[in-house]
Design a protein around this ligand. Structure first.
Ligand SMILES: C[S@@+](CC[C@H](N)C(=O)[O-])C[C@H]1O[C@@H](n2cnc3c(N)ncnc32)[C@H](O)[C@@H]1O
Length: 248
């Protein structure tokens, strides 16, 4: 059985509320006049119920949404999880990604890949992503570059797949194309339809099997007598565009 250790992050549920907290001795969480002392959590098994609180080991979605410092817009787990499987990543793969931003997508890709090479041009964001990885013990197989991808010396025919999350990806298509192995998958995330149209016009004959998809995720209230959707949802994050490198 696994037990909570001091210094570990815990996902704490209280009624409909969720908190991600580092378990430090002498610290506590106060919610609606109820107190959870972290000294009482340390040493308890994962999934412990303590008074009105439930305490779990956080999953990657909770770590990203509740724990990651965000200096940039991030790719939400609903999109990132789909991207990671859509790229067909295997344990031996080398995956290219830019821009790193706060590292949300990178953290997901690194769970499946052998190695992730990620590029971020802004030093502040590059450091934020590294801090997020360190804080939650993620990204051991991530090779982070504080460089503009357009100017970086990137190996050719090296990557098994790539994902691009920058505002004007059409400037980098040729370089991404060259960096990929034959038939490798590539993906892009773009928030507006105008950008998608511009990208489709720019892809030319470099990538085939092109798809555009949008992921809508609706959460439900889990009260059995009044089971129904939540009142609010995130209606739009971005469009996802996928293709595969073609030759000749
Ligand atoms: C929307 S954020 C990426 C968010 C990231 N995918 C995540 O999930 O946290 C876009 C990032 O791309 C970076 N960027 C833009 N152009 C770039 C380039 N040519 N090379 C490297 N990074 C670039 C920006 O500085 C910004 O941090």
């Amino acid at each position: 059985m696994s037990y909570f250790k001091e210094g570990e992050y815990a996902l704490i549920r209280f009624e409909e509320k969720k908190f991600l907290k580092k378990l430090l001795k002498g610290h506590a969480l106060n919610v609606r006049k109820e107190v959870l002392k972290f000294d009482e959590v340390i040493g308890k098994p994962y999934g412990a119920r303590i008074g009105k609180f439930e305490v779990f080991k956080p999953d990657l979605e909770e770590i990203i949404l509740l724990g990651f410092e965000r200096k940039t817009q991030i790719i939400y787990p609903k999109d990132a999880f789909y991207i990671a499987f859509k790229l067909g990543i295997r344990k031996t793969d080398k995956v290219l990604e830019f821009g790193t931003g706060s590292g949300a997508l990178c953290a997901v890709l690194s769970q499946l890949a052998g190695e992730v090479w990620t590029y971020e041009s802004v030093e502040e964001f590059y450091k934020t992503a590294l801090k997020n990885f360190r804080r939650f013990g993620l990204g051991a197989n991530v090779c982070s570059h504080n460089e503009d991808f357009g100017k970086a010396d990137v190996p050719e025919e090296f990557f098994d797949s790539a994902f691009v999350d920058v505002r004007e990806p059409w400037h980098y298509l040729e370089k991404v194309y060259k960096s990929l192995k034959n038939g490798a998958s590539v993906g892009f995330l773009l928030p507006t339809a105008n950008q998608v149209i511009k990208l489709l016009e720019s892809i030319g004959d470099m990538f085939g099997d092109v798809e555009v998809v949008e992921i809508l995720q609706r959460h439900y209230k889990t009260i059995s007598e009044r089971f129904r959707p939540e009142d609010q949802m995130v209606a739009h994050t971005a469009y996802l565009i996928f293709g595969k490198k073609v030759r000749g």
